[in-house]
Design a protein around this ligand. Structure first.
Ligand code: IMP
Ligand code: MG
Length: 177
């Protein structure tokens, strides 16, 4: 399609993802043994990770979703966070784990954590599939991280570029122009 960038080489394979997601699921299951957790997926990027993760945790769990936007149809963060869809159910007195695809500047998540804290959960943690620490401007860290990635525009395993490439089962990045 026209001048759309293509994709580069595979950065994280399907097998590496499978192994890491299992490890995180095991860790969460240990940390919350005997408890129930609500996984809050941030749409749309987290769906692939969330669906793999919840099938591997052994604790009782519920899922809910939010839609937030801080990005236009480009690869830059605007810094403006808008809640387009809120939670369906109350999280008061519940253990909440926010599930993100990637923490980049951290602006979205920082805003979201403040917002969710006001809903008085019993506990509130963050599980992100990817972390791009080199670009962080907001003071925020994940409690569970799949992989750290360098400063490239990442696609695959739920992450998109203009809604494309979410279906790739591995992680890659946009090819340099
Ligand atoms: P942040 O607010 O800068 O941390 O980024 C928020 C959102 O931007 C993430 O949850 C992603 O949906 C999206 N995003 C950031 N970096 C990338 C990337 O490299 N590829 C695809 N989406 C990204
Ligand atoms: Mg996102």
């Amino acid at each position: 399609m026209g001048n759309e960038p293509g994709i580069g080489e595979v950065m994280i394979t399907e097998e590496q993802i499978r192994v890491r997601v299992n490890e995180i699921a095991k860790q969460i299951s240990e940390d919350y043994a005997g408890e129930e957790v609500v996984f809050v997926g941030i749409l749309r990027g987290s769906v692939v990770f969330l669906s793999d993760l919840i099938r591997r945790v052994s604790i009782d769990s519920k899922i809910d979703f939010m839609v937030v936007s801080s990005y236009g149809e480009s690869t830059k963060t605007s810094g403006v966070v808008k809640i387009n869809k809120d939670l369906e159910s109350s999280i008061e007195d519940l253990n909440v784990i926010v599930v993100e695809d990637i923490i980049d500047t951290g602006v979205t998540l920082h805003y979201l954590m403040d917002y969710l804290k006001c809903k008085k959960p019993k506990s509130l943690k963050v599980c992100t599939f990817l972390d791009k620490p080199s670009r962080r401007t907001a003071d925020i860290e994940a409690d569970y991280t799949g992989f750290e990635v360098e400063d490239k525009f990442i696609v695959g395993y739920g992450l998109d570029f203009n809604q494309k490439y979410r279906n790739l089962p591995y992680i890659t990045c946009l090819a340099e122009a």
